[in-house]
Ligand binder design. Structure first.
Ligand SMILES: [Zn+2]
Ligand SMILES: [Zn+2]
Length: 85
């Protein structure tokens, strides 16, 4: 991944697409995933973004109370890896 600093709007769009499910030709997520991405980025921004945040991110994405499903776990891992500064 490029290490150049992405604008927050770009980060948000990328994150929301990861959460919503990336598909070719798809350029935006649904509003619900956009909200989740926004919440996730709030936790994940800054130098501390790393894979240690994955459980927290997975929980946000899944909307679970501490027991995210495997799919959301995967998405959280992707988020942490792709959005790392
Ligand atoms: Zn969605
Ligand atoms: Zn889930």
């Amino acid at each position: 991944m490029s290490t150049t600093t992405m604008a927050r709007a770009d980060v948000l769009r990328e994150a929301s697409l990861i959460i919503c499910g990336r598909r070719e030709g798809k350029t935006r997520s649904c509003p619900s995933c956009l909200r989740k991405a926004d919440a996730a980025i709030r936790h994940a921004s800054g130098p501390e973004l790393n894979t240690a945040l994955v459980p927290r991110l997975a929980d946000i994405i899944c909307g679970s109370a501490g027991h995210p499903c495997a799919m959301c776990w995967d998405k959280a891992t992707t988020l942490a890896l792709e959005l790392r500064p």
